[in-house]
Design a protein around this ligand. Structure first.
Ligand SMILES: [Zn+2]
Ligand SMILES: [Zn+2]
Length: 138
């Protein structure tokens, strides 16, 4: 799979920004279906003001990255600090905690789940880090 830098238009300021090959590879790797909609300045602007919104998830006491979903283990509605990947199990905090606790036969599963959650949580941070790492060459 080869990627080339692409020029995209920011949905917020209308300016053009580069969706680098490296970022595309990252998106492909994470199976993100959509191209980024905003340039980096607009993205960080939104991230900074998102918590102050009077309505929406922030008003409900959720952080901007929390997503409502159903626990794959017990079925209760829960929120996770990342966007759940379709088809992947998502655990509520309680199930996640209990899976992490060492118990017979569950060690491998628990480790995988922890990896999965940690890996997904890094998505947003990873994208920013990637962007930061690449901007000097741009
Ligand atoms: Zn912009
Ligand atoms: Zn649960």
């Amino acid at each position: 799979m080869e990627f080339v830098d692409r020029l995209l238009t920011c949905a917020d300021c209308g300016g053009e920004f580069i969706f680098t090959a490296g970022e595309q590879l990252f998106f492909f790797d994470k199976q993100f279906k959509n191209d980024p909609k905003r340039c980096k300045p607009c993205k960080s602007k939104r991230a900074g003001t998102g918590l102050k919104a009077g309505t929406g998830p922030a008003a409900a006491g959720l952080s901007r990255t929390e997503t409502r979903t159903e626990c794959s283990a017990c079925g209760i509605e829960t929120t996770v600090p990342f966007k759940p990947t379709q088809g992947r199990p998502v655990l509520c905090r309680q199930c996640f905690q209990s899976k992490r606790a060492p118990s017979t036969g569950a060690l491998v599963t628990a480790a995988n789940t922890a990896d999965m959650v940690a890996g997904t949580e890094h998505t947003a941070v990873g994208a920013e880090m990637l962007a930061a790492a690449q901007s000097p060459q741009a």
